[in-house]
Ligand binder design. Sequence first.
Ligand SMILES: [Mg+2]
Length: 411
Amino acid sequence: MSRTIFHVDVNSAFLSWSALEQLKEKPGSVDLRTIPSAVGGDVQTRHGVITAKSIPAKAYHIQTGEPVVKALEKCPQLVLVRSNFKAYRGYSSQFISILREYTDQVEQASIDEAYMDVSGLAHNREEALALAVRIKDAVRDRLGFTVNVGISENKFLAKMASDFEKPDRVHTLYPEEIREKMWPLKVRDLFGCGAATAQQLNEMGFHTIGELAACSGQMLKSILGEKRGEYIHKRVHGIDDSFVETVRQEAKSYSNETTTAEDISRENYDRVAIPIIRQLGKKVSERLKKDGVYGSTCFVQVKTGGFQRHSRQTRLKHSTNDAKTICDTAVVLMKELTGRLFDEGEVLRLIGIGVSGLDHGEYRQMGMEDWLQENEQNRQRSEKKKKLDEMVKKIRSQYGESAVFTGNADR
Ligand SMILES: [Mg+2]
């Protein structure tokens, strides 16, 4: 049975949200979205990279990830604002809340985008289109920023569709539209094809997605290796079997959970549960990294055969977004939590992993080991400097002031 999937993506999210914040602070000031503007770096020193840009800034070919200095060369009047993650998290959760008013089948993919499975809400394509427009308008009218909605039968195609012309638009990319709407696009526009793979394919003479679609799966596998080759082959033909995974996204935590295909008991725990825990932990880590967020508390939760939720958490030594740390901690917590449940004869139906106590790295507490290490390095450095200073002094006293210059030109 075919499904109806939406991908809802906030247009220039950080920039739009910064614009709203600025309007809130200084009512009547210029709307950053209407002028060439960008979020990123240190506004004063003009260091760092661009993390978001306005649509007028796109006309100057300013790109996300490029150094602020380079962007200013392209567009000297570019207005720069610094990021404000606290505000962004607020807008993000308001955005997701609106989507959840329509269905609980919402998977937040990053701070500014989500997939929705609306199969139960829209019974044909006209209804799907009308619903997408309704959701898009609701976000715009109630929250003051715009989104694109991509509609299709799977997540990948919906994601590709939401990236078509922006802002404030709804696009479809149904399987029979792939040839006309997706194949003319550049290889690097293929979602899931990394920059390195795109470049490799470009160098081999593949420039459009359609050119890849003309290749056999066997050929793509021989070029890109078994796994990537198969992945790209599927995607260029619009195939994606992944489901919309419901994610519990509260403003204060990042977590992923999944219903297990079979009941988990002590007997199949190692075989079934452990890989799921690691996979979920990895996803949480990926989402944290994507949003530049760290968590200081790790938690696990389960739903039992009796539909009871249980959870267990622990505070980490440092806040982290590292997959291994999250996975290893979750494995230990889950063992503690389930040991008791299995003793009571329970089975597990759902597993969830997450972190809370979020920060953006600015409050990352140095652990004792880091502190000791840094202290030791400083000590060695000052020791070395002291010895050097003494040597310089000695030489100067023997041969005069001009005898020794330090390596640093501006000293
Ligand atoms: Mg976006």
